[in-house]
Design a protein around this ligand. Structure first.
Ligand SMILES: Cc1cc2nc3c(=O)[nH]c(=O)nc-3n(C[C@H](O)[C@H](O)[C@H](O)COP(=O)(O)OP(=O)(O)OC[C@H]3O[C@@H](n4cnc5c(N)ncnc54)[C@H](O)[C@@H]3O)c2cc1C
Length: 366
């Protein structure tokens, strides 16, 4: 049975996200007011309101059904930024957590750099202590909401590059004149304010730091990977819904498309994938809540399977719709571009395979 929050997300997605989804994509338009609206009704960061992880993720799936872009903004705001802030800085930041959850403030998670996305522990952004404060300089790439963020969780190195993840901390850097943002135009998930961000000698108070921050980076990426898997599922579901309506209406060779068994089986296969992934999402959320560190293989397996299966489902649905699925204005066409990110962002397919192989190698099978 659907929980109240999932029903709320579904209704909200249909009534308030769907009418804006095409404008967000075509005009690369950042939906600032919609974010505030999601904050008002508790959908911007359900975890902040005590919603269990699985329910929060099934709500996100419903948003992604209508817009991958809006879902990605929720993922950044709630999972990549607020979740690690809550766990690692906690009560000291209750006002900021509340402002983020309500959409009054916008935050970005700034890890990736031009030099290194997958190999994140070799980032070059530097932080050093200067009396009672820290000073940060460096350049971050691909930062979602970077054009609009009020503050950034900046992952930076406090010592020698040779030490890799051992000397990495996270700094809470407010937007000010030391921060420069440059728009980066992307294929899908448009309207999410993707940017290259330069920090030029930004001063950060000592209390605004998560020291020995690699654990917090891993936590953010783990919960973010669950979120992006939910987005992949939602995009696939949205594409199936649209293609099914089309197949029931469209005629070819004197029959509705849906009457052809070849097409029926595409829907059956896709439905089986959706159900399998839904179960996997539930189990992964349960494992994560039990012990987020021990949930690592579940998270990587979910991300790999969800993004690739969603990719395949959406490709099938585009084929069902023929030229209409390739044309601008269809949900399927948008989902086809949006879903591609789910195999790259928050750790590529290859990075998930690398993580999984560590378990295979150490005979941590079932
Ligand atoms: C739209 C968008 C939004 C994003 N938002 C954010 C954000 O908000 N914050 C943030 O910090 N980052 C963000 N990213 C960055 C994203 O996380 C990185 O793009 C991703 O981690 C991959 O890094 P890369 O692009 O540098 O690719 P690379 O690391 O250069 O990888 C290139 C290819 O090589 C493969 N590869 C790398 N190492 C290995 C290996 N050891 N074995 C096999 N294959 C390997 C990769 O899998 C990939 O296929 C975003 C990216 C995009 C496109």
């Amino acid at each position: 049975m659907e929980s109240l929050i999932v029903k709320l997300a579904k209704d909200f997605a249909d009534s308030e996200v769907a009418p804006l989804a095409e404008k967000i994509d075509r005009e690369d338009w950042y939906p600032r007011e919609l974010i505030g609206r999601m904050g008002e009704i508790g959908l911007l960061d359900p975890l902040h309101h005590g919603v269990p992880l699985a329910e929060a993720m099934f709500s996100l799936l419903q948003i992604a059904r209508r817009s991958g872009s809006v879902a990605l903004l929720q993922d950044v705001q709630g999972e990549l930024v607020n979740a690690p802030l809550r766990l690692f800085l906690g009560d000291r930041y209750s006002d900021l957590l509340e402002d983020m959850a309500s959409g009054k403030k916008i935050g970005s998670f700034a890890l990736s750099e031009t030099c290194c996305g997958s190999d994140a522990s070799s980032i070059r952004t530097r932080a050093f202590r200067d009396g009672g404060v820290w000073r940060i300089s460096g350049e971050k790439m691909w930062i979602t909401q970077g054009l609009y963020a009020d503050f950034f969780l900046v992952v930076a190195r406090t010592g020698d590059l040779k030490e890799r993840s051992k000397n990495i901390s996270i700094f809470l850097v407010p937007r000010s004149s030391c921060v420069k943002a440059e728009k980066v135009e992307v294929q899908g998930n448009r309207g999410t304010g993707t940017a290259r961000i330069t920090f030029e000698d930004c001063e950060v108070e000592a209390s605004h730091v998560i020291e020995k921050g690699w654990e917090a980076v891993k936590y953010a990426l783990a919960i973010g990977r669950i979120a992006i898997s939910s987005i992949a599922l939602g995009l696939a579901l949205g594409a199936m819904e649209e293609a099914l309506v089309w197949a029931k209406e469209r005629e070819a060779f004197g029959k509705k498309l849906i009457e052809y068994q070849g097409l029926q089986w595409w829907f059956s296969e896709s439905y089986a994938d959706l159900l399998a992934l839904k179960s996997m999402l539930q189990v992964t959320c349960d494992e994560f809540q039990r012990s987020w560190k021990e949930a690592e293989p579940f998270v990587s397996a979910l991300k790999l399977k969800a993004s690739n299966s969603a990719h395949r489902i959406i490709d099938r649905m585009l084929q069902v719709m023929g030229g209409m699925g390739y044309a601008k204005g269809s949900r399927v066409e948008r989902a086809y571009r949006d879903v591609r990110l789910t195999r790259i962002g928050e750790g590529t397919d290859e990075i998930q395979r690398m993580i999984l192989f560590r378990y295979v190698e150490n005979k941590h099978l079932l």
